[in-house]
Design a protein around this ligand. Structure first.
Ligand code: GCB
Length: 598
C-alpha cells in the first residue's frame, strides 16, 4: 500500500486536497532500530552535478538513460563523461558541506552511489532513509524506486522485488537547492546542509509484519495503557508484553490489520526526575519487535502545564541539530548527547528541538535523560500558503514526524510552525495542520511559535487567530535585540488575554565569546548577560501565566544570513555556548535562574 493512499482518510478531514509531492513511498516501518537491519552507511562515491546533466537532456527533458543507470545503458559505446568508480567518496550519514571545502556553499544536485551485497531474505525488505536534504530521488539497479521531499524526516520504500541476490547498485540523487515553494522556503536562518544526513538501512521484516504501533497512556487515566498495532494481515493474533508490569495481552487484527487493546497497571510514570522506561515487546504470528517506552500524561489547566497531573515549569533551551565543536549536521548519537548534556548542566528539564525534527537518537536520548521535548516541522516564516502542493509537503513532514516519534514519551509538544505572518490563507493552512496533528495524536499538546502583536508600543501582547487551535501560547520575542535596547525591557507591560499556558519559545541576543566591554555595547558577553538578567526579572515580576521558556539558543550555529566579519563570520551568535563549547556569561545567569524554578 503506497503512502498517499494511507494518508488519504485523514486528509479528507482537512480542507485541502492531497497533491502528490512524493512518489513510491510506503508507510513508515515503526522503530527500524528495533528490527533486523543492514546498514548501508559508509563511504559512498559521489559527484556534484550543478547542471543536472545526469538527469535532463539538452531540452531539459528527463533522460531515460541518466546517471542513475550507472552506464548499464550506454547510448554510444565507450562514451563516458562520468564515472562513479573513479569518483571520490563522502561519508553517509553526513552533510557534504563540512566534508569537502569545495562543497561548503554548494547548493544543487549531488549523485551518490553505494554498491552493496544482499543475501536472500524470506519476507519483505524496506530501503529506509533517516533523512536526506532536500529533494531525493532513489534508484536501485537502474530503476527508479521513488522520491521524497523534505530534509528532516524519514522515508522508506518496499524494495523486496527490486533487490538482486548478491551485488546491488543504489544511486541516490540529492538536491538541496532552496526554493520559494519549498518547506522551509528559500529563506531561513540556519545552514542549508545538503546530503544524506542520517542512516540508510535495509530493514528486513517477515512477509506479514508489524508495520506500526502506538503504546501510550490512555487519555484521562494514569493507570491504563492503550495499545494500537497495525500489521499487514487481517484476523491475526497480536501480543503485547511488558514484563516489568506483568502485562501480557492478546488481541486480533481487524480487516485493516489493526488491533487495539488496553491493560491496567500500577506503573511508575515518566518524569524529568525519574525518566522511567519499560521494555515492551509486540508480536504477531510471524513478527516481533522490542522497544523502550515510558508513560506520562500531559495536559493544561488555565495557565498551567500539568505533567502527570502536577504543575510543571518548562526550564528549556532551543537547540539546532548542529554538532558541538565541529559545526556540521549531527551525524552520531555522541554529538547529540554533548548538546543535551549542556542543556542538563544549564538546569533544563525541557528542550525545543528547532526548527525541524531532529534525528531519532536525539529524541530517544533526551527522554532517557529526563528532558521533555518540543518537536517541530520547518513551516518557517513566509511559506506559500495558497498552494495545495506546498500544504501537502508540510502535511507529509508533519505526518512523518509524528509517525516516527509517537512512542517517545519525552515529546510533550508538537509544533506546527515558527513565526508565520498573519493572513487568511496562513490561518487555513495552519488550522488544517493542527486538526491533522490532533487527529493523529491526541496524547500530546499542540503549539507553534507565534509572533507578538502588541496593543500599543508599551503594552506588549500576542493576538493570533491560531490561538484557538493550540494548547500553548508560545511566541518569540527579541526585546533588547531587534526590538529596542536592553533598557526597553524594563519599560514594557504585558497583556496576553488567553487563558492558556504561555511559553516564550525564543528570546535572546548575540554575543561573541570572549568579547568583553561595557554592558551597553552590542555583541559583548556583558550586553547579552544584561539582556538575560533584565528579561528574567521581567518574567518574574511583570508577566503572568508564563509556564516555561526556551531561549534562543544553546550553541552558536552556522547561518548564511550572518555576515558580520570578526563577530559573526557565518554564525548566529545568540548561543549561550560558543560554537567551540565555551560558556558565555549568560549561560550562568540562566542556570542560576533555573535553580529558582526547580
Ligand atoms: C527567530 C527565528 C530563529 C532565528 C532567530 C534569530 O525569531 O525563529 O530561527 O535564528 O530569530 O536569531 O534572529
Amino acid at each position: 500500500m503506497k503512502k498517499f493512499i494511507f494518508l488519504a482518510a485523514a486528509i479528507l478531514t482537512t480542507c485541502f486536497a492531497f497533491a502528490q509531492t512524493t512518489s513510491g513511498l510506503d508507510p513508515l516501518v515503526q522503530n527500524v532500530y528495533g528490527r533486523n537491519i543492514q546498514k548501508l552507511n559508509g563511504y559512498w562515491n559521489h559527484f556534484a552535478d550543478p547542471l543536472e546533466t545526469g538527469y535532463y537532456d539538452y531540452r531539459r527533458q528527463p533522460t531515460p538513460n541518466g546517471f542513475f543507470k550507472d552506464h548499464e545503458v550506454d547510448l554510444v559505446k565507450n562514451y563516458k563523461e562520468y564515472d562513479f568508480d573513479l569518483s571520490p567518496t563522502l561519508a553517509v550519514p553526513g552533510d557534504w558541506n563540512t566534508q569537502d571545502d569545495n562543497l561548503f556553499l554548494y547548493e544543487g544536485t549531488i549523485w551518490f552511489r553505494r554498491v552493496f551485497d544482499y543475501q536472500p531474505h524470506e519476507g519483505k525488505v524496506f530501503l529506509w532513509f533517516g533523512a536526506a536534504n532536500y529533494d531525493t530521488k532513489v534508484y536501485l539497479n537502474g530503476e527508479k524506486v521513488g522520491e521524497h521531499i523534505g530534509g528532516y524526516t524519514p522515508f522508506n520504500f518496499d524494495v523486496t522485488d527490486r533487490l538482486a541476490n548478491g551485488e546491488n547498485t543504489l544511486i541516490v540523487k540529492v538536491d538541496n537547492k532552496r526554493a520559494v515553494d519549498a518547506v522551509p522556503t528559500n529563506n531561513f536562518d540556519w545552514f542549508n546542509y545538503g546530503g544524506i544526513t542520517r542512516d540508510v538501512l535495509l530493514v528486513k521484516v517477515p512477509k506479514d509484519f508489524i508495520q506500526t504501533y502506538k503504546v501510550s497512556l490512555k487519555q484521562g487515566t494514569s493507570d491504563v495503557i492503550e495499545v494500537a498495532i497495525k500489521t499487514t494481515k487481517a484476523g491475526e493474533t497480536v501480543k503485547v508484553e511488558i514484563p516489568e508490569l506483568k502485562i501480557s495481552r492478546t488481541a486480533t487484527t481487524d480487516e485493516n490489520g489493526i488491533a487495539r487493546l488496553e491493560a491496567r497497571a500500577k506503573m511508575t510514570l515518566w518524569s524529568p526526575e525519574n525518566p522511567k522506561l519499560y521494555d515492551v515487546t509486540l508480536a504477531s504470528a510471524h513478527d516481533s519487535v522490542k522497544d523502550r517506552i515510558g508513560f506520562k500524561t500531559i495536559a493544561t489547566n488555565g495557565h498551567d502545564i500539568l505533567l502527570n497531573g502536577k504543575k510543571v515549569f518548562l526550564r528549556g533551551i532551543s537547540i539546532h541539530e548542529e554538532s558541538a565543536f565541529r559545526s556540521g549536521r549531527i551525524f552520531s548519537a555522541e554529538e547529540g548527547y554533548t548538546l543535551l548534556k549542556w542543556a542538563k548542566e544549564l538546569g533544563c528539564n525541557y528542550v525545543r528541538l528547532a526548527h525541524y525534527p531532529h534525528n531519532e537518537q536525539m529524541v530517544r536520548q533526551a527522554e532517557e535523560m529526563g528532558l521533555m521535548v518540543w518537536s517541530e516541522i520547518p513551516v518557517y516564516w513566509t511559506i506559500q500558503w495558497e498552494r495545495d502542493d506546498v500544504y501537502a509537503n508540510a502535511l507529509n513532514q508533519l505526518d512523518e514526524m509524528i509517525e516516527r516519534d509517537q512512542n517517545r514519551v519525552g515529546i510533550i509538544i508538537w509544533s506546527i510552525a515558527n513565526e508565520t505572518p498573519h493572513g487568511e490563507a496562513r490561518d487555513r493552512f495552519l488550522s488544517s495542520l493542527a486538526r491533522y496533528a490532533r487527529a493523529k495524536d491526541n496524547t500530546r499538546l499542540l503549539s507553534m511559535a507565534m509572533e507578538r502583536n502588541d496593543k500599543s508600543p508599551e503594552v506588549l501582547s500576542v493576538r493570533d487567530n491560531m490561538s484557538e487551535y493550540v494548547d500553548i501560547i508560545a511566541f518569540n520575542q527579541y526585546l533588547g535585540w531587534y526590538d529596542g535596547l536592553n533598557e526597553k525591557i524594563d519599560r514594557v507591560r504585558w497583556e496576553i488575554d488567553y487563558n492558556k499556558p504561555i511559553v516564550i519559545s525564543e528570546m535572546g541576543g548575540g554575543a561573541l565569546y570572549g568579547n568583553h566591554g561595557p554592558k551597553d555595547q552590542f555583541w559583548t558577553e556583558e550586553y547579552q548577560a544584561e539582556l538575560y538578567t533584565k528579561m528574567l526579572r521581567m518574567i518574574d515580576e511583570r508577566m503572568t501565566g508564563v509556564a516555561g521558556l526556551s531561549p534562543w539558543v544553546l550553541k552558536d550555529f552556522r547561518s548564511s544570513r550572518r555576515l558580520l566579519p570578526q563577530i559573526q563570520d557565518g554564525f548566529n551568535r545568540k548561543g549561550l555556548v560558543s560554537d567551540m563549547g565555551q560558556r558565555k556569561q549568560s549561560f550562568y545567569i540562566l542556570q542560576k535562574w533555573y535553580e529558582t524554578k526547580k
